[in-house]
Design a protein around this ligand. Sequence first.
Ligand SMILES: [Zn+2]
Length: 351
Amino acid sequence: MALISRVIDIPVFLHIDEDCVEKIGDILSEANLSFDKMLLLSGNTTYNVAGQRVVDILKGLGKTVDVIKISDSTIETAEKVRSSIKHSNYDVVIGVGGGKVIDVGKYAGAAEEINFISIPTTVANDGISSPVSVITYGREKRSIITKMPLGVIADLSIIKNAPIRTIRAGIGDLLSNISAVKDWELARKIKGDKFDEFAALLSRGAAESILTSDSDNIQEEEFLKNLVGSLSLSGISMGIAGSSKPCSGAEHKFSHALDTIAGGPALHGEQAGLGLILTTYLRGDDWKRIILIFKKWGIPTTAIELNISKGDVIKALVYALEIRPDRYTILEHIGIDKEKALDAAERTGAI
Ligand SMILES: [Zn+2]
């Protein structure tokens, strides 16, 4: 019998360092990659922060670079970018920006079978190096399986100067892996859901490395390196699982419900972080530990800090049952209702 093993999809290169964007030419040649006609996707602000610099460097290397700036990650925008790729012969798409730029770039690149390079300017969520794109359809956000980026260049000089709120949100999104893996284990036990131990280990381990960090300054280089690396591992765990399950359970259903009910009042990672506190309480686990860690790093632990009304917290917890109904979580398990939602929100001090 042939020797059997699994092949795991990971980016060809990952660079997490100060000023590494400056070395993009060397990074590509070290990886034996050569592109001539590039599409650079960026946001209006992020273009000024980093996009323009990347264009200048690449043009200095003799490359042709077209630029598209986007301001949202709706399906209409994503399809427009896809159409531009279709009608030009780009050999790579480079996304320089926050989550929306990376999501649209991965989506459009994968749809047209063009490689995508991720250059995040913030670390607000785990999409940096994952094969999942979050695309907005009306008021609903859908996670779509796309393709793992060809490579990731995370320039810490850019990331550390992004609003500190984005770093806090990234921590919230990462720590929510703990809740997501618990839900996945529950779904295996109760529903016989297909479970992947490697994906679960990677996702939980990534969250633990930040959970156990004793750093006081989340903007310092060492902490950010750990955070970007851990978010990248989260992305790879989704690649191994072939779904967002290792990083998205009840706390993410709560966040998606908030998007639908209240139009996404806060950053994804902030909403998932609040969801983590609530679902940890509902599970009967140590939610106070999560609050202590969040407070140490200034991560919001209450609805009011996130501009969410008390009523919307309760509504979203119950409405979360309507989000991805096929994904069994603690919410389905305990039969969440208005009364249980109110108890969790009040006891944890979320409202
Ligand atoms: Zn997330």
